[in-house]
Design a protein around this ligand. Structure first.
Ligand SMILES: NC(=O)c1ccc[n+]([C@@H]2O[C@H](COP(=O)([O-])OP(=O)(O)OC[C@H]3O[C@@H](n4cnc5c(N)ncnc54)[C@H](OP(=O)(O)O)[C@@H]3O)[C@@H](O)[C@H]2O)c1
Length: 152
C-alpha cells in the first residue's frame, strides 16, 4: 500500500481532528502552536517533516465576530492561505484548502455547482473567498473543497 505524508493544519479543530483520525499513521497533525498560518517563520517546521499533501483546516470561523474582527479574519483565512500556498510550492506538496458555503449568497435557490460564481455577503465569507483566490492563483498543485448550499 502506498503511504502519503499528509500534514493537517488546525489539527485540534472539528475537521482537523477528524482528518487526523481518518489519515491515521499517514497524518502529521499540526496545531496552531506548531504552525501558525499567519506567521511565515513557523512554516520552517515543514522542511523536516516533508509532507506530500497539506490540508489547511486552520481558520477563523466565528462568523458574527468576523464583522468586527475583520483584520483577524482576513489574516488567518486569506493571508494564511497565501502563506500555505507558498509553503506548498516550496515543498512541491499538494495544497488542500477547505472553504465554506458562505462564499455563496444562497440566492440561487437550488443546488450550487462547482462553476457557480461566489458572491459572499459577509466578512467571514469574503475572507474565505479571498483564501480560495490565493490558493488558486498561487498554488502549483491544489484542491479547494467546500460544502455547497442547496437554497437560501
Ligand atoms: N464547521 C462547519 O460547519 C464548516 C462548514 C463549512 C466549512 N468549514 C470550514 O472547515 C474548516 C475547519 O473548520 P472547523 O469547523 O474544523 O473549525 P474549528 O473547529 O474552529 O477549527 C479551526 C482550527 O484552526 C486553528 N487555527 C485558528 N487560527 C489558526 C492559525 N492562525 N494558525 C493555525 N491554526 C489556526 C484552530 O486552533 P485554535 O483552537 O488553537 O485556535 C482550530 O484548530 C474551516 O476552513 C471552515 O471554514 C467548516
Amino acid at each position: 500500500m502506498i503511504s502519503v505524508k499528509v500534514a493537517i493544519l488546525g489539527a485540534t479543530g472539528q475537521l482537523g481532528s477528524d482528518l487526523v483520525e481518518t489519515f491515521g499513521e499517514d497524518a502529521i497533525p499540526l496545531t496552531r502552536r506548531d504552525l501558525d498560518v499567519t506567521d511565515p517563520e513557523s512554516f520552517k517546521i515543514l522542511n523536516e517533516l516533508e509532507p506530500e499533501v497539506i490540508i489547511n483546516t486552520a481558520a477563523y470561523v466565528r462568523v458574527d465576530d468576523a464583522e468586527v474582527e475583520v483584520e483577524k479574519a482576513f489574516q488567518v483565512n486569506a493571508i494564511g492561505a497565501l502563506n500555505v500556498a507558498k509553503a506548498c510550492n516550496e515543498l512541491n506538496a499538494i495544497n488542500v484548502y477547505i472553504s465554506t458555503d458562505y462564499v455563496f449568497d444562497g440566492a440561487k435557490g437550488e443546488l450550487y455547482e462547482e462553476d457557480d460564481v461566489p458572491n459572499p455577503i459577509n466578512v467571514y465569507g469574503m475572507s474565505k473567498y479571498a483564501g480560495e483566490v490565493f490558493t488558486r492563483n498561487y498554488s502549483k498543485k491544489y484542491y479547494i473543497i467546500t460544502d455547497l448550499p442547496t437554497s437560501s
